[in-house]
Design a protein around this ligand. Sequence first.
Ligand code: PLP
Length: 376
Amino acid sequence: MSPLPAARAEIVVDLGAIRHNVRRLRELTGVAMMTVVKADGYGHGMAETARAAREAGANWIGVATIDEALALREGGDTGRVLCWLTVPGEDHALAIAADIDVTAYSVAELYEIEAAVAVAGRPARVQLKVDTGLSRGGAPMDTWPDVVAAALAGEQDGTWQVTGVWSHLAASDEPDHPANDAQEALFREALAVAEDAGLRPEVRHLANSAGAILRPSARFDLVRVGLASYGLDPAPGHTPDLGLRPAMTVRATLAQTKPLAAGASVSYGHTWTAETDTTVGLVPVGYADGVPRHASNVAHVLVDGKQRAIRGRVCMDQFVVDLDGDLPGAGHDVVLFGDGSHGEPTAQDWAEASGTISYEIVTRVGGRMTRRYVDR
Ligand SMILES: *Cc1c(COP(=O)(O)O)cnc(C)c1O
């Protein structure tokens, strides 16, 4: 893949793919775009991903924590940023001073933000999150009128501007799930409560990637798109082909290759035994680097143009693949997953093999791997 001496193990991120995906998703949705870059840009690198998204026209960047939002500012991002997950006692003043939109779920949280405004010496930008049925964060509907009233009072006395009202879907990857209609209807009710009270938020938003792609009625003013920005499918089996390009390739260099005689067993616990003579290669990454142990004996990697099965258990630092009689030699390239264009597995393939979702595959990969950026 690279003319340079190959790294032991690395994550290669194509920023061109991220820009392409963000542009494509903006065209499709036709509303303001928030690219979600929490969790280090889903493993792709937060600062680099945010920059690429901005270049492709992202109006907003979304992150979970205040720390992530502040890191974006330290990295030079000056655009609109929203964060949404805090615990009592967190320093909202830093976020307010940095012109970051914070999210409140409750009246108690609004009081905390009010105290922080006094410290920051400038009004806050506050978005209100209502729980429409995910039953995760957000104001329960029965508290919503009180949250709205407190938010309105703070807006009227100049403590903050209420810049958004939002919620989050529970089953957007299952477009026929009844929760989608129910949540959208409840969100419209919550918006009516806010608007009847006199709030005029800049942005009303409900949809993540799958909602943005599959449910036009859920787009409102803004969509919060994470996974699809990285070129991965947020709703396997439901998403139309949008021409999105997976941005992450994980590759390594084979540490050793050798023949293996029929009857020999591989890795801890000897969970796989060669039925015939074969050859194997040693891949120098393991679960400490985010390779799922659940991939043992089920996932594949690409070596020499062919997909090769993992044999035996994935260990902390390494795992073994079946080279089916080929003996390419140590130093040879091995691709764990990528965009699939060279026949390699994708993060989605790894997710299916390991019993998880592609979100977890790309977000967890890292450990001792280095990261390199390309622009294709
Ligand atoms: C992570 C997250 C998103 C992005 O979800 P995707 O499915 O990756 O698009 C959107 N909104 C909230 C509140 C999130 O936590």
